[in-house]
Design a protein around this ligand. Sequence first.
Ligand code: SF4
Ligand code: SF4
Length: 301
Amino acid sequence: MQTGCIFDIKRFAIHDGPGIRTTVFFKGCPLSCRWCHNPEGINANDEIIYRENRCIHCDDCISVCSLQAITNRDGGKIINTEICDLCGKCVDICPSTALEFVGTNMTVSEVMGEIEKDTAFFDESGGGVTFSGGDPLLQFDFLRKILEQCRERKIHTTLDLSGYCPYESLENIQNLVTLFLFDLKVYDEEIHRQYTGVSNRLILSNLKKITKNENHVIVRIPVIPGVNDTEKEIDNISRYLSSLSNLREVHLLRHHNLGVSKYEQLSMPKFKIECFPEGKSDLKRIRTEMEKHGFTIKIGG
Ligand code: SF4
Ligand code: SF4
């Protein structure tokens, strides 16, 4: 039976599409944005999270690890992910759930079971289910099967995506997705590569194609101080978006640093998280600039 890796399911979400929504978070993302506030969604593989606030410092985890992969550091624990074989003994022995695996392998019917618990709220509010992550398209076959079942049950579906995927994948599922929330980070290719780890040419090309086909697409821009809030970037993004067919709505997402602590919890030194100053970007100025290009701009999403 096919399974997919889900790292969270949030109910009563109101920012990921219309109405009241259930948001299903898929594990694995092709980008590693330095401002990512869901770093547990980046790695497609299993990993262990350590929450220091739950730890009672019994050191049972250190004793049980035959590979000496978990050690003390700065008053907490750190796992050497180069050595750890994810045997799970430390997770099992931990008396306070300070150590836990991130992500659960679920079948399509298990995910549908979770979604269908909330259909009364969807019907009442015009809501539905949102697939987010990570990037759900990294688990394409699994996602498609869930989308098919949502279509059969007439559940509104929103797909939050990075756009970094073969266009054929988007083409294949476009008739099953009611709303695309398409993330656009940076227009300048080098800046995009520097802050996300990949070129944006495929993303820009996919966005152009997907908006041609009468799909309902909203572009979401996480506004990152000093990265994409400059006059030049906003102008370039606006001009590019103006060239697309059928794009009417853009959401500007305010940056926050709430995910920073998770990087340590996940022992993720290889990902270069950065703290960007919160509240520094003038979102109202950016909204005014972008409105000149004829878009409906919403702050928040
Ligand atoms: S999961 Fe990793 S850190 Fe934990 S006991 Fe096994 S090898 Fe050691
Ligand atoms: S077993 Fe759990 S509670 Fe004990 S030191 Fe390790 S992480 Fe902390």
